[in-house]
Write a protein that binds this ligand. Sequence first.
Ligand SMILES: Nc1ncnc2c1ncn2[C@@H]1O[C@H](COP(=O)(O)OP(=O)(O)OP(=O)(O)O)[C@@H](O)[C@H]1O
Ligand SMILES: Cc1ncc(COP(=O)(O)O)c(N)n1
Length: 271
Amino acid sequence: MQTKTIPAVLSIAGSDSSGGAGIQADIKTIAAHRLFAETAITALTAQNTTGVRAVQEATPEFVAQQIDAVFEDIPPAAVKIGMVSSATIIETIAERLKYWSAANIVVDPVMVATSGARLISEDAVEALTERLLPLATVITPNVMEAEALSGMSIESSRDQALVAQALVERFGCAALVKGGHNVNDANDVLAEPSPGAGDAPEVTWFRHERVVTENTHGTGCTLSSAIACGLAQGRTLPEAIDQAKTYLTGALAAGLGLGHGSGPVDHMWAY
Ligand SMILES: Nc1ncnc2c1ncn2[C@@H]1O[C@H](COP(=O)(O)OP(=O)(O)OP(=O)(O)O)[C@@H](O)[C@H]1O
Ligand SMILES: Cc1ncc(COP(=O)(O)O)c(N)n1
């Protein structure tokens, strides 16, 4: 039989037992893009659409073994990083990704779940900013995460763009500040390092239809893994974001109604 290859995308993230966010959202998103999903699980969570009940972290050594096993055999064309709850796991991930010269790294700096549970320890935030964000191609904070990473507040679209530019200047990677959570629903802003030294980071807005729904569990995970898919397919960052937003809007608009809290989106809406 003749064989074929397809690009692989690695998700380094936490497992969501209810299937709407984390590793499960990433696998579904990557599969819906017809790419090959690989995983390195940082933590198990017992959660559903109403909240997170328990978290069991993987050891840093076990996270490293998963990453090494993947890169040695089927090297991914892009990597998405989601929930990483401790400083030592973050340091391990940064070290292994540098070792493997990983490219196309999308970091979703997950801090608090939609349901309100904190998913990262206080000391891990420093490891995130010092070790992981500088390796990223793009980071995808929501409003609250962007405020925490920049020390600035976001009250308007102008602030959203200024914070995105400040994050680029601080971490050297591109920054997509998402406008969910009421400040600027569904309108996200990308700031990218400018090719001209000393010029301000370039700003691009992605304005998409706002879907009226309570069911937004896992939207950040889904968006970041869809961006990783676009990069793995050889798209530019703005093209990858545009495609990812279209995919996510379709998944929200499909109107899945599961669970008793903020329900998941329909990852397979196009099939
Ligand atoms: N009601 C909506 N309709 C359309 N797009 C939305 C809606 N709410 C959020 N989005 C989009 O979903 C994406 C994720 O945004 P959000 O701010 O919810 O991320 P997040 O809080 O990190 O998500 P998560 O909590 O799942 O990690 C963004 O592209 C945002 O614009
Ligand atoms: C394992 C894991 N990773 C990420 C999230 C954030 O997603 P959301 O904010 O939509 O709950 C989550 N709830 N669980």
